[in-house]
Design a protein around this ligand. Structure first.
Ligand SMILES: [Fe+2]
Length: 450
C-alpha cells in the first residue's frame, strides 16, 4: 500500500522517504528468476531513518541498515536494524551537548567493508561497526588514532588494500585532513591540509599514484547553524581540485582552478602518463533555497588534469541527470571502462532528490550508455556492481539495486546481468513491505569477512 500523502511534512518524512520503526527478520522471501550462485554474502544499504519519526534534516536521521543475505542461489533473509549509536542508546535532552563528540555518528550514509569489518559511515563523526547479522559492534576510531571525523566515501585501493579517506568536518584549520588506513586497519597517516574555508566535501577520488580533493564552494555559513546543515553555495569563492601523491604531504598538494560547481559523487578516476582522468556527477550549484533543496542535479562529466602542462579541462558526457555512480570496485583508481549511475528525475520541480526509473551503464571508452528500465512505477537506488567469481572481463558480474515500486508500495532487490544490462533482471527478491529510500550501500561477500 502506498504511503498516504502528508503534505505538511518535509519531503524526507513523506511517501517512501518516511521512516519505518519496525525491525524485521524475514526468512520467507519470494524470488523471481534465479539468483546467481556466485553471490554468497550480504547486500547492505543504510539511510537516515529517525527513530522519533520526525527530524530537522534528511542528513540527521538515525542510521538504519537493511540487509539481504544471498547464498547458494537462495535469498536467506532480509533484516533491518537501527544502528545502536549513542543517539539511540543514550539520547541527549539537549542535542547541542553532543557537538564535537565524534562517537555521536549516525552511520546513515554508506556501508563499506575493510579489514574484515563492516563500517557504517557518515561524514561528521567516526564510523560505526556492524557484524554480518547487522548487529552493532561499536564505534571505530582505529585504536583511537583517528582524532577527527571521517568521510562516508572512503576508497579502498584494490591493489594495496589501503582505505584512503579524508575529513572535512573541522571548524578550525586544518579544514581538511587526509586519512590513510593500511590494509591491516591501522592508521598510517593523518595529514592536515589547510583550505581557505570549511567546505562540505562529500566525496573524493583516488588513482594509482594520487588522491584528488574537491575544494568546491559549498561553504560553512554560521548564520545557517539553526538549520542543522550550515552550508551555502558561494560561487564567488571559486572552485579547485587538489592533487596530492597518495603518500605525500600537504606541501605536495597542487591545486587546479575549475569553474564553480558542486559534485556529491565521483564515479572513478585514474592516472596515466601524468594525466588524471576523473568521472563525476557535476551540478552547477547545490542547496538552492537551503540545505534541504536538491532540485539541482548532477550529470556525468569528465575532468582531465594534465599535471605536466598544469591544465584542467571539463567535458560533459550526457545531458541526462544521473548520480550515485559506481564502478566494479576492483577498478577503483584504475582505468575502468564501465560506470554505473542512477537516473534522477524532478530537476527544478522538487526539493527532494527524485530517484529515477532507470539505471545507466556508461561505456566510458565510447560514451555509449545502456539503460535498464525499472518499470512498474519503480524508482531506483545506487547501482552496486558485484564481480563474478574469477571474472575475466570488467563487466562480468551483476548490478544490485534495492528499488521501490511507487505503485505497489513495496521494495525489491534486483540483480541485473551487467553484460546484458538492458534485459530484465536475472533475479528479483521481493520484499512484502517497503524499504525507505536511502543513501548508499555495498555487497559484502562472505570472503571479505573471513
Ligand atoms: Fe554520498
Amino acid at each position: 500500500m502506498a504511503e498516504p500523502a502528508a503534505t505538511n511534512q518535509p519531503w524526507f518524512l513523506r511517501g517512501n522517504w518516511s521512516p519505518i520503526q519496525q525491525e524485521r527478520t524475514e526468512t520467507q522471501l519470494a524470488v523471481q528468476g534465479s539468483i546467481p550462485p556466485d553471490l554468497s554474502g550480504v547486500y547492505l544499504r543504510t539511510g537516515p531513518n529517525p527513530k522519533s519519526g520526525t527530524g530537522e534534516h534528511w542528513f540527521l536521521g538515525d542510521g538504519m541498515v537493511h540487509g539481504i543475505r544471498l547464498s547458494g542461489g537462495k535469498a536467506q533473509w532480509y533484516k533491518n536494524r537501527f544502528l545502536q549509536t549513542p543517539d539511540i542508546t543514550d539520547p541527549l535532552s539537549d542535542p547541542a551537548a553532543g557537538l564535537g563528540d565524534l562517537r555521536r555518528g549516525k552511520g546513515n550514509t554508506h556501508v563499506v567493508a575493510h579489514n574484515k569489518k563492516i563500517l557504517c559511515l557518515e561524514e561528521a563523526h567516526w564510523p560505526w561497526e556492524i557484524d554480518g547479522q547487522l548487529n552493532t559492534v561499536g564505534c571505530e576510531n582505529f585504536s583511537e588514532a583517528l582524532t577527527c571525523s571521517m568521510t562516508a566515501h572512503p576508497k579502498i585501493c584494490p591493489t594495496t588494500g589501503e582505505m584512503l579517506a579524508f575529513s572535512y568536518f573541522n571548524f578550525a584549520q586544518p579544514y581538511l585532513n587526509y586519512i590513510r588506513i593500511g590494509a591491516d586497519g591501522a592508521l598510517k597517516q593523518l595529514e592536515g591540509i589547510e583550505l581557505p574555508q570549511m567546505v562540505m566535501m562529500h566525496d573524493f577520488s583516488i588513482t594509482e599514484n594520487y588522491v584528488v580533493f574537491m575544494d568546491l564552494p559549498l561553504a560553512l555559513d554560521l548564520e545557517l547553524l539553526a538549520t542543522g546543515i550550515p552550508f551555502r553555495f558561494k560561487r564567488e569563492s571559486g572552485a579547485r581540485l587538489g592533487v596530492m601523491p597518495r603518500n605525500g604531504a600537504s606541501r605536495d598538494v597542487r591545486w587546479f582552478e575549475i569553474e564553480p560547481c558542486y559534485v556529491f559523487h565521483q564515479v572513478n578516476a585514474w592516472d596515466k602518463d601524468s594525466v588524471i582522468t576523473l568521472y563525476v556527477s557535476r551540478q552547477n550549484s547545490a542547496f538552492g533555497a537551503d540545505s534541504g533543496d536538491y532540485s539541482e542535479v548532477g550529470r556525468l562529466h569528465r575532468w582531465t588534469i594534465d599535471l605536466t602542462r598544469r591544465t584542467v579541462s571539463e567535458q560533459p558526457i550526457d545531458d541526462r541527470p544521473a548520480d550515485f555512480g559506481r564502478v566494479n570496485d576492483t577498478m577503483v583508481g584504475r582505468e575502468s571502462r564501465f560506470g554505473y549511475l542512477m537516473a534522477l528525475d524532478g530537476e527544478g520541480n522538487s526539493e527532494e532528490p527524485v530517484y529515477g526509473p532507470r539505471l545507466y551503464q556508461y561505456d566510458l571508452h565510447t560514451g555509449k550508455c545502456a539503460e535498464h528500465d525499472l518499470g512498474d512505477g519503480t524508482r531506483g537506488a545506487e547501482p552496486v556492481f558485484v564481480p563474478a567469481t574469477n571474472a575475466k572481463a570488467e563487466d562480468e558480474g551483476w548490478v544490485l539495486s534495492l528499488v521501490h515500486s511507487e505503485t505497489t508500495g513495496k521494495s525489491r532487490l534486483i540483480i541485473v546481468d551487467a553484460q546484458n544490462f538492458a534485459a530484465p533482471p536475472v533475479a528479483m527478491i521481493e520484499l512484502p513491505f517497503r524499504v525507505p529510500y536511502g543513501a548508499h550501500g555495498n555487497w559484502v561477500a562472505d570472503s571479505q569477512l573471513q
